[in-house]
Design a protein around this ligand. Structure first.
Ligand code: SAH
Ligand code: DHB
Ligand code: MG
Length: 223
């Protein structure tokens, strides 16, 4: 099994299940042209995020890590007319590209991109009374994942779906002695999710056009 094969099968899946979508394609093209790194979820992963948000019946979504707004657009498409998504992004240039992409997708009324370090903007959300998100997608700087999980629990309610991206990292996650702060952040994140009595969680390995990685899923238990 090779990256070439994973990419070819992802293309097969995407051709079947994610038909031509000029708005999403433009979001990626503009992101690349603006020099953003290709760290967006793949098309079929994006659609999975949308389906999960629909399954959850999410009306309010929090995303940590916007980049060019690719996953943001997928998630926001699951929202009802009065739904709302807040996405947190450190890099002002990424946020600017994302806002343009979100506007092209005609989602600007439902989506707010907030600039700043998430660890600084998360407490502001709580102060403003945004304390009850139905779905929280964690996909920013991995060393901060343990902090983001703590904030996700604060800003959640029973039934909230918490999703973490990039929890396998080419299998590096099993190396307890890794000196990579990304790996250590993800390991701690996974351990905290597993040990948290308020969560029922699992993780899934994935292969595809984005390589070998995985995502974690957790539901906040009924109180
Ligand atoms: N969710 C996006 C990909 C996000 S990539 C998608 O799938 O389309 C990770 C993003 O997190 C980058 O844009 C990076 O600038 C941002 N980021 C890094 N550190 C951050 C921090 N401390 N606070 C908020 N965002 C951060
Ligand atoms: C990286 C970050 C991501 O969120 C992702 O999906 C892929 C790669 C990275 O930092 O390398
Ligand atoms: Mg990611």
């Amino acid at each position: 099994m090779s990256q070439q094969q994973w990419t070819a099968v992802d293309r097969y899946i995407t051709d079947l299940f994610v038909p031509d979508d000029p708005v999403l394609e433009a979001a990626l093209e503009v992101s690349t042209a603006s020099g953003l790194p290709p760290h967006n979820v793949s098309p079929n992963q994006g659609k999975l995020l949308m389906l999960l948000a629909q399954l959850r019946g999410a009306r309010t979504i929090l995303e940590i890590g916007t980049l060019g707004g690719y996953s943001t657009i997928w998630l926001a498409r699951a929202l009802p007319a009065d739904g709302h998504l807040i996405s947190l992004e450190f890099n002002p240039k990424h946020a600017e590209v994302a806002r343009a992409n979100i506007a092209r997708a005609r989602l600007q009324a439902k989506v707010e991109v907030r600039v700043g370090r998430a660890i600084d903007t998360l407490p502001l959300l709580e102060q403003e009374g945004h304390s009850s998100f139905d779905l929280i997608f964690i996909d920013a700087d991995k060393p901060s994942n343990p902090d983001y999980l703590a904030w996700a629990l604060k800003l959640a309610h029973p039934g909230t779906l918490i999703i973490g991206d990039n929890v396998v990292r080419d299998g590096a996650v099993i190396d307890a002695t890794s000196t990579d702060p990304n790996v250590q952040g993800i390991r701690r994140f996974n351990e905290l999710m597993a040990a948290e009595p308020r969560l029922s969680a699992t993780a899934i390995q994935t292969v595809g056009s984005k390589g070998y990685d995985g995502f974690a899923l957790a539901i906040v238990s009924p109180s």
